[in-house]
Design a protein around this ligand. Sequence first.
Ligand SMILES: [Zn+2]
Ligand SMILES: [Zn+2]
Length: 240
Amino acid sequence: MGKASTVAEPSLLARLGSVMRLGYSKTSTVLMLVGICWSTYVVVTSPPPWAQALFLFVLCVVLTDLISGVLHVILDNPRSLDVGFLRGLAEGFQRHHKNPAKIYEMPLYEHLYVMHLPLMIVFILVAFFADARMHVVALSMVFALHLMQMAHLWAHVPPEKVPAPVRLLQRGRLLLSKAQHDVHHTPPYDRDFCIMTGMCNRPLNAVVRVVGGTTHWWNAAFLAVAASPLAVAFWLAYLR
Ligand SMILES: [Zn+2]
Ligand SMILES: [Zn+2]
């Protein structure tokens, strides 16, 4: 008798989970690039007020530090290892405590491309909107999420290998320094979760001290914080 011809299709959530475990999908990189082109076209052809565009850009950069911190709380949580679609990322973050050097030993592209799936989702969301302010947020998030990944990497590479302009930004506390990030890399890894500028570490540490780092409510907090730049742009564009 031949093989059964009907194989159950994996659910969308299971597929998303396997993509997140692999951490890579060429489709997300390609769709992110298409999104960059489309959003740039929208911003160039119907430019938003420049002051609002600048405000949204700065907001995205500042909030990305907080987004990185809240996501890091979730992925350092041992309970996240039991949540199917988080397991792969949580294993990666928790392995990073044991082997921090891997972050700069792996190919740079591998370190950056994990951001392309969330960015693809942002571009799909803003494609439904004609107002350029929504697209300014999407483009700003491309910059901010890649800078966040680079800032974390630069906080780990041996100091002599950090580019001079980056060292200046680290000294000026505009990017996370090795000394700041080393505080997180000290057991029990329960503070200083933000990995971009580090400017949101103080308020986040205060909340983690009160509610702890192991509640699944952090997932709801992440969705709220991650959606907030688009929510602000939506308010500016359609509700004000
Ligand atoms: Zn950590
Ligand atoms: Zn680290």
